[in-house]
Design a protein around this ligand. Sequence first.
Ligand SMILES: Cc1cc2nc3c(=O)[nH]c(=O)nc-3n(C[C@H](O)[C@H](O)[C@H](O)COP(=O)(O)O)c2cc1C
Ligand code: SF4
Ligand code: SF4
Length: 273
Amino acid sequence: MPTLKVNQADCSCCGECAATCPLRIIRLPDGNFPRFCDDGADRCIICGHCEAVCPSGAITVEDPRLDPTSYPDPQPPIPKEQFARHLRMRRSIRRFSPEPVERETLQELLELMRYAPTGMNCQEVQWLVIYDTAELRRLSGLVVDWMRHVADQAPPGGLKINFEGMIKSWEKGNDPISRKAPHLVLTHARQDLSLGRVDGLIALSYLDLAAPAYGIGSCWAGYFQYACEGWQPLRDALGLPEGDQPIYAMLLGRPAVRYQRPPKRNFANVSWR
Ligand SMILES: Cc1cc2nc3c(=O)[nH]c(=O)nc-3n(C[C@H](O)[C@H](O)[C@H](O)COP(=O)(O)O)c2cc1C
Ligand code: SF4
Ligand code: SF4
């Protein structure tokens, strides 16, 4: 159960924490120091907004689930030109160096993903890292088996995707499934979490955006994901916990391609009311 700890010497009773709390569960009775309302501790989602907003750092949320590490004061926000450039220059990487990325770098990157938003701050997204490249090739082979199965079952001309071509390409030593990336990560979450899927996708989007800052390229692994959803041999090989759903997979590795400029995009499709 979370608790709120207030350092009274530093608290000016400004009420910012109470005004910012998304659940409105902090009270400052008669100008007194902030505390939870009666059922506040039960309802608190441990989002940390009260702590993050306090001008004097007087309030902390304590809970055994929280990593106690704190980070220094925020720097000014990234200038918009720099951020826009970063977003425009992010690309799906499909040519990777075979060299593995150091585990520590991947771990650091994945720890950053804890700051992705999650519904009700539930933070239930889990990560499976297929770090071993040979294992990733083996799993990609299972995806190809799934393609063979789908192709065998389909009526002539009934396949929307050219699985036959991809199977042939794989048999020639290419890797249209995981692009010879050294690593793959998969987000998963309990099936009964109503927002688990959305949260897992958001976390991967964060990863996709953060990876270039670590010199890492990424690509959403759609075929891998399709196979995960319907091909038992792959599910068995992944060994996700009972009751978990795979959310999506992403390839990771050092890029072996350098883009020189952003591609063109369609016009934005925005309606205003
Ligand atoms: C799928 C999803 C749905 C959310 N829905 C709401 C919502 O209806 N109301 C709200 O106040 N916040 C909503 N949030 C925000 C989360 O509560 C928030 O991400 C979480 O408390 C962590 O806070 P942070 O985003 O500031 O890190 C939602 C977040 C996600 C990812
Ligand atoms: S925001 Fe900080 S200073 Fe203001 S009431 Fe809350 S704990 Fe006190
Ligand atoms: S951690 Fe979030 S929900 Fe809990 S009291 Fe603070 S602001 Fe409110």
